[in-house]
Ligand binder design. Structure first.
Ligand SMILES: *[C@@H]1O[C@H](CO)[C@@H](O)[C@H](O)[C@H]1NC(C)=O
Ligand SMILES: *[C@@H]1O[C@H](CO)[C@@H](O)[C@H](O)[C@H]1NC(C)=O
Ligand SMILES: *[C@@H]1O[C@H](CO)[C@@H](O)[C@H](O)[C@H]1NC(C)=O
Ligand SMILES: *[C@@H]1O[C@H](CO)[C@@H](O)[C@H](O)[C@H]1NC(C)=O
Ligand SMILES: *[C@@H]1O[C@H](CO)[C@@H](O)[C@H](O)[C@H]1NC(C)=O
Length: 507
């Protein structure tokens, strides 16, 4: 008697689950299969779980036994039964279809990478359910396998909250294959306080994000002015410091390619303390009037190659901060935005060092500046060996800027100390400006030295009301060719004081 009633109870329960599937889908699926956290085993349990709803009409297959005994079969179930039917990943209950010949071999000695599909870890991809946990679980498995792949499949929209894909104990060379779309939460609760980033990859050796997918920050609520009706989301969000949609920290051999990152709440892509970075063939896009939406931010990173990307945003297309060296940026399309910047450096009397930056073959349109170096008063350190070449500008307000009086509010106290700037070369900078062609504002105590201009030809965009002449203050260097317009204010030779490169500035 007792057994029977238990059985019917189970059946009833299954029925209820089947009926209410649509309601508790988000939690339900996860709850169901994520108990056993083994990689391959979990996919097995998943399949069984999936069979459940269907099993009601063939009247058999209590899920319990199939769930349990399988560790023995470990090699043949595999973590990648790609549920190709886009919406409802409902692999038919026939167990045979799963391990298809192509995927049949799991880890052992296989040269083909092991693929962990987030859908197999319970991600819904409906743009509504929170898929964060599924991404974490997929990562946890991928982390254990060298050169494995986390697959974010196409035709899904995954809602993912702040998440960290972190080493340092992960195996090297993991690939994050982004084909679908990842969207950010828009409610303040999901973001929490003092958050630095949305999607973070830390302390990894060899990490690649690639694919045709999209990272959609849904940032518009962050950009709106405070004059909106009191929106709790907005007020909470804007109290935070700069937030990065995608951030890499402390990693080697980082590649980001193919993807699109758009509408970040603030900066789109950040590299901190990274070495050997390649970013190519990606697209970054947010409206020109969105606030603080830098494209790519580099800090304390070296050996970085950024090329063949399209960047349009509301702030710097590329921003190179302190601690960067051997930075190579080329073949970009930038605009709208604020151009490519080194700095602001030396804020709050800090020391800043940037060396060996090359920026070439850039198409810059409708931006505030094209190539800019900006430092705060009171800092120390040195920017050296910078080359800007083949920059085509179109309707750029002030294409060439060095500003050692950078200040992002109305006034900053004048201070004597400054981050020194030495060895900045401009070659083939051509096109149209709308305010001023060249602006070199250097510090009295640390004049800019060794600035050179070669083939600089900047025409005013026709019939503007206000056009300024080139401006220089304490800027020393050489014109290798005549410029258009003439930059006669550049002082020849070296600054008289030997203040440049004092001990204080050595980096
Ligand atoms: C980075 O990649 C290079 C070339 O693939 C390799 O030689 C090097 O060991 C890698 N660095 C690290 C820290 O994994
Ligand atoms: C660039 O990315 C797009 C979109 O992901 C892809 O279709 C194309 O093949 C990529 N091109 C190269 C040269 O990698
Ligand atoms: C950048 O834009 C150009 C012109 O629209 C296009 O041909 C190219 O594929 C784009 N590249 C990327 C990475 O989106
Ligand atoms: C900059 O490049 C020079 C010449 O290649 C090199 O000697 C120097 O070490 C580099 N500086 C930094 C900080 O990497
Ligand atoms: C700071 O110094 C600059 C350059 O010498 C000068 O033009 C400016 O008026 C000074 N500002 C203040 C607030 O003293």
């Amino acid at each position: 008697m007792r057994k029977l009633s238990t059985k019917s109870l189970v059946l009833l329960l299954l029925l209820v689950i089947a009926c209410c599937n649509s309601i508790d889908l988000c939690e339900g699926r996860r709850g169901r299969h994520w108990r056993p956290k083994k990689g391959p085993a979990s996919s097995l349990t998943k399949k069984k779980g999936k069979g459940k709803p269907g099993s009601q009409h063939n009247g058999q297959g209590s899920p319990k036994p199939s769930l349990a005994p399988k560790p023995a079969v470990k090699p043949n179930p595999n973590p990648k039964p790609k549920p190709s039917p886009a919406q409802n990943p409902k692999p038919s209950p026939n167990p045979g279809s799963g391990p298809s010949p192509a995927q049949g071999k799991a880890k052992p000695a296989s040269p083909t990478p092991i693929i962990y599909n987030v859908v197999d870890f319970g991600a819904q991809g409906d743009g509504v359910c929170d898929d964060t946990k599924a991404f974490e679980d997929a990562w946890a498995e991928a982390c254990k396998e060298e050169a494995s792949t986390v697959m974010v499949p196409a035709d899904y929209q995954f809602l993912v909250g702040p998440i960290s894909f972190s080493g340092p104990y992960c195996k090297p060379n993991i690939v994050f294959q982004l084909e679908g779309t990842i969207i950010a939460p828009t409610n303040a609760k999901a973001w929490g306080e003092g958050l630095l980033q949305w999607l973070e990859f830390t302390k990894l050796r060899g990490i690649t994000i690639r694919g045709k997918g999209v990272i959609e920050g849904r940032g518009s609520i962050w950009w709106t002015g405070t004059d909106d009706d009191i929106d709790p989301v907005h007020t909470s969000m804007t109290s935070l410091t700069l937030l990065f949609a995608l951030r890499f920290y402390g990693s080697y051999n980082v590649t980001v390619t193919g993807i699109t990152i758009q509408n970040s709440p603030q900066c789109h892509l950040k590299f901190d303390n990274c070495e050997s970075v390649a970013v190519y063939n990606i697209s970054i896009s947010s409206p020109g009037d969105s606030i603080n939406t830098d494209g790519i931010h580099l800090q304390n990173s070296k050996d970085v190659n950024i090329h063949h990307n399209n960047l349009s945003c509301g702030d710097d297309c590329v921003s190179i901060q302190t601690g960067c060296s051997n930075i190579n940026v080329h073949s970009l399309d930038c605009g709208p935005g604020h151009g490519i910047s080194i700095g602001g450096l030396g804020r709050d009397n800090s020391k800043a060092c940037v060396a060996n930056v090359t920026v070439r073959d850039i198409n810059m349109h409708n931006t505030m500046t094209a190539v800019r170096i900006k430092t705060w008063q009171g800092g120390s350190g040195l920017v050296e060996n910078v080359r800007f070449s083949n920059i085509r500008v179109s309707e750029v307000q002030t294409p060439i800027i060095i500003d050692q009086f950078y200040c992002d509010h109305t006034s900053c106290r004048n201070q004597t100390q400054a981050v020194s700037i030495s060895g900045v070369h401009y070659e083939n900078i051509r096109g149209t400006f709308t305010v001023k062609p060249v602006h070199f504002a250097c510090s009295d105590n640390a004049p800019c030295s060794d600035i050179s201009l070669t083939n600089v030809q900047l025409q005013p965009q026709k019939e503007q009301f206000h056009m300024y002449d080139p401006f220089c203050w304490q800027a020393y260097g050489e014109l290798y060719t005549p410029t258009v317009p003439p930059v006669l204010c550049l002082q020849n030779g070296k600054p008289a004081s030997n203040r440049v490169l004092s001990d204080h500035d050595t980096c």
